[in-house]
Design a binder for this molecule. Sequence first.
Ligand code: IMP
Length: 207
Amino acid sequence: MTHRALTRGDRIVIATHNKGKLREVAALLAPHGIETVSAGELGLPEPEETEESFIGNAAIKARAAAQASGLPALADDSGFSVAALVGAPGVRTADWAMQPDGSRDYADAMRKVMEAAQDFEDRTSWFSCALVLAWPDGHLEGFEGRAMGHWVWPPRGQHGFGYDPMFQPDRREETFGEMDPAEKHRISHRAAAFRLLSAACLPPAGA
Ligand code: IMP
């Protein structure tokens, strides 16, 4: 399969309004000589995520940013899935944390997952991350990475964010919330997706 690749010096839009994601993705791209600007900096609107897959929602965000800016655009969509809940919360992961006042509460979201899943013996769960790179002419490249493991209760650890404290990856004793952040970044769903993107679409890292 042939992929379309970026070249050194290309400038792309990171299709996110989230400063944390922007910093993480810009740092991953920098060694490859790719310059970044965010959808927020360009004042691009945030499209609604209406698809039922991570790749589908990342494609909506990437395509909208590429068309509005005239530059290639990279978007990410991620979430937490529980096998016993047939993949939920999945693409609704952020919604499960939503509070009546519009804020997000992840302690509450983790409790909801535990309550929904606690009667099932199978505790298999995973994080997914989809990365989609879109060009203004409509061409798309999409990659999905996963981190497999199981959910634990009670949540453990103060590192990370979101559902990290209730996820223990395979072959590890610590949850993502207990793990050194650098270690999480080596084995995470985001790292797995980025490795695929990098192999297919980025110039080699370094000079
Ligand atoms: P998105 O911003 O629409 O992609 O939503 C991602 C959701 O998944 C948010 O609720 C995050 O808290 C959660 N999530 C994604 N990646 C991670 C992770 O690495 N650790 C914990 N939660 C995550």
